[in-house]
Design a protein around this ligand. Structure first.
Ligand SMILES: CCCCCCCCCC(=O)SCCNC(=O)CCNC(=O)[C@H](O)C(C)(C)COP(=O)(O)OP(=O)(O)OC[C@H]1O[C@@H](n2cnc3c(N)ncnc32)[C@H](O)[C@@H]1OP(=O)(O)O
Length: 204
């Protein structure tokens, strides 16, 4: 169902070293733009430099986009994914740490770019974070057993403060290709959003 580009580990390392610093610079640019308080001259000058950088990049277009790379060792590398894409400046990125065969955690800092209600994380982004961790746990971190979201249900207990967040997910039970899994997000004051998901392992 999903297309992957096969790539050696060396190619991945080389592309990662080339593009990851660019992605990080764009993230810092977005954050700076959301916090700036400057006069017209400063803003116009910054805009001209950003436009020039965009023009430089557009002059070297990729012939195809490769959403995810797969290495012969079975490692999957997300380039563009909104949750954890190495080349996507909108991805924080979300780094999932598997804490066992059926559980994982994410520790992430979400700043102004992820705001919904003032000072708090956008509810849609909370859903994305939970979908990402539930999907990776359901997939057991392997492309061989990749599982897609069938149904996900969220309960927003209270607003989630921008800043450091802790996220967890754990498989509750499996029935054939169906994986029932729960998770939650916590900010500095405790749990803010809980999730229940039914993920379906894709037919290979
Ligand atoms: C290391 C790599 C890590 C990668 C992590 C990836 C995480 C990705 C998380 C995502 O965001 S995925 C993107 C959002 N999800 C989708 O785009 C999925 C779109 N839907 C589909 O592709 C298919 O509908 C789906 C794969 C979910 C199911 O299609 P199937 O044809 O495989 O299901 P089938 O009809 O054979 O049904 C199998 C069982 O699942 C049940 N089922 C199917 N779709 C369901 C659904 N949507 N919700 C709940 N249950 C569902 C169905 O009733 C049935 O139950 P029973 O076996 O008890 O009869």
């Amino acid at each position: 169902m999903w297309d992957f580009a096969e790539m050696s580990s060396d190619e991945v390392a080389s592309l990662r070293a080339r593009y990851e610093p660019l992605t990080q610079s764009i993230r810092e640019l977005i954050d700076a733009a959301l916090h700036v308080d400057a006069d017209n001259q400063v803003v116009d000058q910054a805009k001209a430099q950003i436009d020039a950088a965009a023009e430089l990049l557009r002059a070297h277009p990729a012939s195809t986009r490769q959403g995810m790379a797969l290495t012969p060792e079975g490692e999957s590398i997300p380039w563009d994914n909104l949750g954890n894409g190495i080349r996507n400046p909108l991805a924080p990125p979300l780094v999932v740490e598997h804490t066992g065969p059926t559980s994982a955690r994410i520790d992430v800092e979400l700043g102004a770019a992820y705001e919904g209600p003032p000072g708090h994380v956008h509810g849609g982004y909370c859903a994305l974070v939970l979908d990402q961790i539930l999907g990776e746990v359901a997939s057991r971190g392997s492309i061989e057993t990749v599982a897609a979201t069938g149904t996900i249900s969220l309960r927003y207990l209270r607003p989630t403060k921008l800043g450091r967040l802790h996220v967890e997910a754990e498989i509750q039970r499996t029935e054939g290709r169906k994986i029932f899994i729960t998770g939650h997000i916590a900010d500095e004051d405790g749990t803010t959003v809980t999730a229940e998901g039914l993920f379906i392992v894709l037919r290979q």
